[in-house]
Write a protein that binds this ligand. Sequence first.
Ligand code: NAD
Length: 552
Amino acid sequence: MAFRLTSAPFVRPRNLGFLPSLCAIWSGTRSRNLSTDYSVAQSIYNTNHDEIEEPLKTQFFLDNKFVDSKSSTWNKVLDPATNNVVTLVPDCTNAELVAAVDSAEQAFKSWRRTTVLTRQQIMFNFVQLIRRDWDRLAASIVVEQGKTFADARGDVLRGLQVAETACGVTSQLTGELLEVSTDMETRNYREPLGVVAAICPFNFPAMIPLWCLPPAIITGNTIVMKPSEKDPGAAMILAELAKEAGVPDGVFNIVHGTRDSVDFILDEPRIKAISFVGSDAAGGYIYSRGCANGKRVQANLGAKNHAILLPDASKTHALNAVAGAAFGAAGQRCMAVSVLVTVGSTDGWIPDLISMAQKLVVTGGFEPDADLGPVITPQSRERIENLIQSAADEGATVDLDGRGYRPEKFPNGNFVGPTIITGVKPGMKAYETEIFGPVLVVVSVDSLDEAIKLVNSNRYGNGVALFTQSGSAAAKFQREIDAGQVGINVPIPVPLPMFSFTGNKGSFLGDLNFYGKSGLEFYTRPKTVTSLWRSADAAEAEKASVNMPTQS
Ligand code: NAD
């Protein structure tokens, strides 16, 4: 079946209509004048994909200042819709990396002694400022990451919710106390670790920095963050907002770079813990080297999330949910549904799913009717297209083929249209590999038991969803399925931050998950203090103090 999508004419997004027409890309504005004038940045940002005449360099963030890097190695950040250069990001020099840790180490001395109520007040401010600059953050994500504006706002929201939940630290961090013997009590409470680090992926430029920053600093740590070199803009805006919120100098520093910067973080003894989100290859390496160096590491990795259709499911709801979860964000979510498992007669629903997918509009993220934008790089598009071809080569059928799609308005972008491949079997490359694009592979089985076996045999264990109207089937599924996040009629069951982001098997390395109670535990360690204050001593002291001296 041929794949056709329409490109819409450019219209300023409805919810960006109030913005000034004089728009400068955030990073450019930042380099020109942001170190001194934050108010300018708050009101001016880009809301289109126009070419930037002189792309400026992204700075790093040290001691609450934006600083020009002295690096000789720079990475281009490209707008995925056009491949125009947006900004240049340095591989920070060793001296700059050391300076970031020096600053964080120095800041820790006073930040850890700042009362939790003061830290909470700063977090309240931070939350307000993210809300104020929500559209600006989202616009930066559209330009650097390629998401649609609405989806980019969701990226910010899911991070914002972590910051909001972190404000409840005052009731989440209370310790325990027990009198363990006469006049002797043991109290157990949690202390911050010190300097911690976050290494972030490209696909959620606001959410994942916000998975780390709020829980890390509200518990009294200081943090050095390395955003993805592909889209650091949202993290830089967050730095600016953190400063405005009252986060003291050095509590939050940002460094840039690729492998060398990561190696520095892994080997720097003053960094006590690392939060990593990204690919299996980088994550496996970071987890083992970080742990070998005695650090606490949490690493969220890749995924292959299955959605299972039972014949008794509500068909319209299920197909809508699957289409959104498979193709939204151009499939570049670790919780995207990338495998559809049809049970029994539900394989007959595929033509309807194809019709739904064909209606999705694939174009630049600022276009008002955009459903999905481009993938991150030309290399990523090529990799995705090769994986689609591999499925055809291995005997599957490409029923809807999004390869080669070019929206009229964005002929140079990294677009791949929604793709649906049926007749896929375990062992095929397209089944075994995380494609990370708008590609849904369909495996057909005869029973729920067979579907459960398929999911449980997969090496990944991030998310899974079952669509059914049967409570018994749902209960059996929930009991027997081996995945961290289970959705019943919910396609992307990512828990809100009062819970933790759970994942298992090959999708997670570590013991403590991101955010929620687990996140607070990750960034703190317990201390027990056992003290003896003898009543007898108090009585003696009282006696001694109330009697008038009788000695002559
Ligand atoms: P990536 O691994 O390429 O990059 C992530 C970070 O690691 C970046 O900061 C990058 O600079 C660094 N890095 C990359 N290669 C490295 C190497 N060889 N050595 C040291 N550091 C390295 O990942 P990505 O492409 O940015 O993100 C997409 C991946 O992230 C997907 O696999 C996706 O499933 C995964 N992801 C997982 C979750 C989750 O919660 N499980 C969430 C989001 C993304």
